[in-house]
Design a protein. Sequence first.
Length: 196
Amino acid sequence: MKKKTKKEKQKQIIEQDSWIYILLLSTLVILIESLKNYTFALEQLNLTYAIFLLPLVYLLSNYITKKYGYQKSLVAISVSGIALIAFVILMDFALGKAIDFSSVSGGFCAYVMSQLINLMIYNFLMHNTKMPWYLVFLNYMFALIVFYMIYTLIYLNMLILDNFWLAYFSTLLLQAMICGVITFIDHYITIGIDLE
C-alpha cells in the first residue's frame, strides 16, 4: 500500500473543508429566500431584510474561489442553486400551496447568473491583477446589479412600479456599504495552496 505524502494529506483535508463552506453557502441562500418576505420601513420604502445577507453570498463564493479554486466554486454555486429550488418546492408543498415555477425560476436564474458572472470576473482579477480593492468592490456591486436586473426581468409582470426606482437605488446604496466592508474582508483572505 502506497503511503500518502504530506501534500496529498493536506489536499484531502482541504477537500473535506471545502464542503463546509459549500453547505454554508447553501444555508445562506436558503436563509435569504426565507427572509425575502420580511420587510422593514426606510422612510416610505419597504425593503427586505435579505438585502443585508445577499452581499455575503458573493463574499462566501469568492472565498471558496480563492481558497479552493474555480471548480469548487462552480460546485458550490450548483449545490446552493439546487438547495434553493428544493427549499422553495418543499416549503410550497409543506404549506399546501401550488408550486409557483415563476417564483422558483426568478430567484434561481438571478442567483445562478449573477454568481457565474461574479465568479468569472473574480477569477480573472485573482489571476491577472493584484486585486485592487476598487475592482473587487466593483465586482461585488456588479454582481448585485446583475442579480436585481435578472430578478426584475423575470418578475416584471408582477411589479408595482410606484417606488421601484427609489427602492432599487436605496437597496444598492445599503448594499454598497456592506460591499465596502466585505471588500476589506476579502483583501485579507489568503490564496489557497494549489492556486499560488
